[in-house]
Design a binder for this molecule. Structure first.
Ligand code: ADP
Length: 245
């Protein structure tokens, strides 16, 4: 969350800088199996975010001490390309990407049937090639699709969205300006069928009422985003079927 400034994030009609109302998502598009060498992959465009996810595994966990005798270990690695932001980002891991990789790994572990593949690892590489706020949630949402496209058994899909507060108003799916100059940012992800919350982080301050309003908005939006995930997977199967004829 950036510092508050004089920048106006809402116009006189309560509309946002990009013309959205408070409940509106930015456009979202997901495509699967965009990479030949991965076991599964997905490309998501969410507003100005462009993110590629590739999945490899399950394969024997290496180094060996990382193996879990009871289950597969999901190793997500979130990375922002140097050219993904306005000013060149220093390449390589930093505290933020290590934290995001950890919370995404944990969220995905709740969805994958990890107990079916003891001693293995599943690698999930999340490459942000253009960043426009909400990348952790967009990356996680695409990662879930890439895992399913890889044929990895899952009990549920992970789907996420953010909400936040700008000029005292709770709005869905913050844009870059809203993330920078708003008052709070709440990324959240759930398992789409069970509704179990698998990621919540908060930057800034929300009252209990505002928090409840934001989570209601997010939960409603995740239903719409889950449908986009399903459509992407169905499109992949229909392409495969046509290709096989
Ligand atoms: P998220 O992308 O999940 O919203 P943040 O709230 O940390 O995560 O970041 C918000 C946005 O700020 C990012 O999507 C990106 O556009 C921008 N950003 C994050 N880290 C950097 C960085 N190191 N350099 C430039 N811009 C950044």
């Amino acid at each position: 969350m950036g510092t508050e400034s004089n920048i106006k994030l809402l116009d006189e009609n309560g509309l946002r800088l990009d013309g959205r109302n408070e409940m509106e998502l930015r456009p979202i598009k997901i495509e699967t199996n965009v990479l030949e060498r991965a076991d599964g992959s997905a490309f998501i465009e969410w507003g100005g975010n462009k993110i590629i996810v590739s999945v490899y595994g399950p394969r024997e966990a290496y180094p060996k001490h990382t193996q879990d005798i009871d289950k597969a270990v999901i190793k997500a690695r979130y990375n922002m390309a140097a050219f993904s932001v306005d000013e060149r980002k220093r390449p390589g891991p930093d505290r933020r990407s290590v934290e995001i990789s950890k919370v995404i790994s944990e969220a995905l572990s709740s969805a994958v049937m990890v107990e079916q593949f003891p001693r293995t690892q599943v690698d999930v590489f999340i490459e942000v090639i253009q960043a426009d706020a909400g990348t952790r949630i967009a990356g996680l949402t695409a990662a879930s699709v890439a895992l399913a496209a890889a044929g990895i058994p899952m009990r549920d899909m992970v789907v996420g969205c953010t909400a936040g507060k700008i000029e005292g108003k709770i709005v869905l799916d913050l844009s870059k300006e809203e993330d920078n100059f708003g008052q709070a940012d709440l990324p959240m992800a759930v398992l789409s069928r069970s509704g179990e919350v698998v990621l919540v982080q908060m930057d800034g301050d929300l009252s209990v009422e505002e928090f409840n309003q934001a989570t209601d908005m997010i939960l409603d939006a995740t239903k719409r985003i889950a449908q986009i995930q399903r459509d992407a997977l169905v499109a992949r199967y229909s392409v495969e079927t046509q290709g096989g004829e």
